[in-house]
Write a protein that binds this ligand. Sequence first.
Ligand code: ADP
Ligand code: MG
Length: 683
Amino acid sequence: MLDTTLPSELRALKGVGPKVEQALNRLGLFSLRDLLFHLPARYEDRTTLVNIADSKPGLLQLFQGEITSQTTIPGRRMQAVLTFEDVSGAARIRLFHFSRAYLATLKAASSVRVFGEPRVYQGVTEFIHPEISVFKSEPPPLDDTLTPIYPNTEGLSQPKIRAIVQQALNKGPDFFSLEELLDQDYTKHQPTLWKALTAVHQPSRNLPATAFIERLAFEELLAHRLLLLTRREDYTRLKSPQLKTIKNHNRSMITKALPFDLTNAQSTVIREIDGDLTRGHPMLRLLQGDVGSGKTLVAALSALPVIEAGFQVALMAPTELLSEQHASQFSEWFSPLDISVGWLTGSMKIRPRRAILEHLANGKCQMVIGTHALFQDEIYFHRLGLVIVDEQHRFGVAQRLLLREKGQNLTPHQLIMTATPIPRTLAMTHFADLDISVIDELPPGRTPVDTRILNQSRATEITDRLDTQFDEGGQAYWVCTLIEETEQSVSEAAESRVEKLKQQLPHRRIGLVHGRMKTDEKSEIMTAFASGALDLLVATTVIEVGVNVPNANIMVIENPERLGLAQLHQLRGRVGRGARVSFCILLAGDSISQQSRERLSLLKNTNDGFELAEADLRLRGPGDVTGTRQTGELSFKVADLSQHAHLLDQIASLSETIRLNHGETRDQLIERWIGHEEHFVNV
Ligand code: ADP
Ligand code: MG
């Protein structure tokens, strides 16, 4: 822990008072060394002037000229509109925050420099709130290097943080004793760490050379991997329920009653899980299988031996809807075996809730299914042996750790199931603390979903098509997506869509399900749809995950361009579960960009979730795929998986050597690159 009574290293720097120090701490910066490893997120180029006539829309560029006119436009929000001219032409500048005094300063200026991202609006080049520097006389010479832009926080301006980092750099390499921690083999032909660090903090006119970035990325990726491997090692020291043998009797009771055989992939995965359960330390396994690959059954068959050994199993689903579906599926499988199945969600009435809590605490309930309500503080398990998390799209480290708290002196095993494919690069970096199993085949007899992109103007044609399908006994989902960011507006959109569809298809049975409905209402509608009592189900993305109605064979998705590919693939996975030919119709809005259209056509061209995840990773970055963008967890400073994947093999083997033989090096690397972030992950 840090000793806060000592004056910190940071306070000794020029310009660092208590406020600034706090701001630095918020960025995870506590020492001079931390500053050294606080790397620029990007660079800005203020080394060259661009003519207004040659400006490129959407790029940050530097211009120099004069403000030749200004007017203010009253309105809900007062605007100032300036004309900015240089030798080549003119542009408009719009300001929304300004004072009279500021406008006067602009008027008095002999010249200005404008740094901003122009756009072309109604044929005119314009800037919205660019950065403007005002000069009364001859402007100073231009910068002769790129400007590093640091991740910052409130209370710290860019110039301020640059000046602070610069002071750390001025201490020189000896101050930091940055002995090269890496194996000679690797560093022999590489720039030294100091060289690489100074190159990124103090770039020239050009971006730092690849060799410098790679030198840093290598160490950073290595440090992250070492942290995860260490965590995994810690995990193996914990005790968990150890099954002496795996009994197969009950399993075969279930599988014999099924109208199909397990796929080879399912059997393999179950063997892998059995192996984990018979060791004395907790399983931490990620099971990846594309939508429809049969993960639920694997969950059930994994739960059985744990229950037979006298432990409880909890299955957590991300939505109430899915948890209910699982509860009824598990009851169907387990009740004949005299295994008691319970269901727990957040919206449950007091009395049934109290009953289930009691049964969890005294062990009467052997298999419980629920939402994250299962892991609230006031819930006690008698002997929790296995936690299964279904349809996990978000893999926060904190979540992984949360679940292990519920097992008292034994840490429960954990099985995390996801349809989100894990590209190798992520498996080797973000998920290096997990074992990974993959169900790499779909059950036989599935027909691939035929995906079409249609314009919204063709909605009527689609209702005709639906009508025909209903005649043939099919069923359909109609999904309304977020138009604005609130749950309310999407529910309303769904409601008005239902009204329209009821007018267009008056003879059809149409239901509605959305997030603002009560649990009972939702499940009533879902049951009706599953039993075939409804032809068409209009829904929000509450049905995105896990819902299984094999007879449904058409899915219409409105505004699909608003969703990520992985999410669309999930949604589409609700159809194509039976023998009927299935369709997914992407109803694209009128104004979708060429880029969105291309993204959607990826979906049209492949049913392979793995390919789609790789594309998402490429187009949207790992933060979206792993769900860690929001939390900022495990985000890299320099490493970029799309550029540095080729380093990963070497990192993997080196990390093994370091972990086994060089504990001190390991700790230093982690401290250097991840430092204080690690403390908060471990709490
Ligand atoms: P997911 O992996 O998306 O969770 P589910 O577990 O919901 O998939 O399974 C999808 C459908 O496939 C279910 O109707 C299930 O009964 C069926 N299923 C599971 N395993 C097999 C199999 N080996 N052969 C045929 N159908 C299977
Ligand atoms: Mg599922």
